[in-house]
Design a protein around this ligand. Structure first.
Ligand code: NAD
Length: 278
């Protein structure tokens, strides 16, 4: 079970975590690992039923979790989620902002040139990835300050933030904004509130999940697309990641001994971002 190893190193008993996008593949694994390390976990996701199903699975394994239907692009929805967490556990210590993703509407293709990309697609992708992270940091970050008084925020950035990938201009720009905002908020909180509320980001490399499967694997044959092949050829590790590959980095960032690690974006990418291609 993810987190079992981590539990031996980091005990999160008594702490409360909120994970947005927690019904998804990567953040679902984060939620499970946090619960296995002893945290009570609120799984926030626009897919309310799936959030509750993930929470149920954690409770079955003797962990503490609740599922909350929440839309990170909607302040009122996040405020309602914050109210529910306060009511349930009276505090919040850790926030993982995982809700995010690309949209076919903001992706260039033979059928849809850059010049024809609809503003609506670009807006959706910016709202979900950037505004969703921003609003969550405002509302749930405030809950951390008001209740625990210190803690951690971890945002989900991407390889696109370092250098844009072809075809997905809005997602690339929105994740660059998430990285930039991670740095901004780390400094702002440390200077104006407390350096004990750290803000960092994880930038996963390529993990096969629902949001990118259509770009990396042929829907009919399951074979790698030309793009999938190119990515693997540029990943010195030679593999796509699995959600569990991110857990050790998550726990390293959460460890109080990492108290000076603040405002950084950590790539977990099998050296994709380090490789020049030659
Ligand atoms: N999979 C990858 O290779 C990869 C690489 C880099 C970064 N990321 C980032 O990691 C995060 C998790 O990705 P994943 O691959 O697990 O994707 P996923 O699609 O499995 O999970 C994303 C979750 O966000 C939820 N969500 C969507 N809109 C929402 C909204 N408005 N409010 C609340 N929840 C909403 C979805 O229901 C889903 O459960 C995302 O931010 C993604 O951009 C993923």
């Amino acid at each position: 079970m993810p987190g079992k190893e981590a539990k031996q190193g980091l005990d999160l008993s008594g702490q409360v975590a909120a994970v947005t996008g927690g019904a998804g593949e990567l953040c679902g694994a984060f939620a499970q690992a946090l619960a296995a390390a002893g945290a009570a976990v609120a799984i926030l996701d626009i897919r309310a039923e799936l959030a509750e199903a993930k929470a149920k699975k954690i409770r079955k394994a003797k962990g503490r979790a609740i599922g909350i239907g929440a839309d990170v692009t909607d302040r009122a929805s996040l405020e309602a989620a914050a109210g529910r967490i306060r009511q349930e556990w009276r505090r919040l210590d850790l926030l993982i902002n995982g809700a995010g993703g690309n949209s076919p509407l903001a992706t260039t293709s033979d059928q849809q040139s850059f010049f024809d990309l609809p503003a609506e697609g670009v807006r959706q992708v910016f709202e979900l990835n950037f505004l969703g992270t921003f609003l969550s940091c405002q509302i749930l970050g405030k809950l951390i300050l008001d209740t625990a008084g210190q803690g951690q925020i971890i945002n989900l950035s991407s390889m696109n933030a370092f250098r844009p990938l072809t075809r997905i201009p809005a997602y690339s720009a929105a994740k660059a904004a998430v990285s930039n905002f991670t740095q901004w908020l780390a400094v702002h909180l440390a200077q104006n509130y407390t350096p004990q509320l750290r803000v960092n980001a994880i930038a996963p490399g390529f993990f096969l999940t629902d949001q990118n499967r259509f770009l990396l694997l042929d829907a009919k044959t399951g074979e790698l697309t030309p793009r999938g092949k190119t990515i693997l050829a540029h990943t010195p590790a030679g593999v796509f990641g699995q959600a569990d590959d991110l857990i050790s980095t998550l726990f390293w960032l959460l460890d109080p001994k990492s108290r000076l690690v603040n405002g950084v974006v950590v790539p977990v990418d099998g050296a994709f971002s380090a490789f020049s291609g030659v």
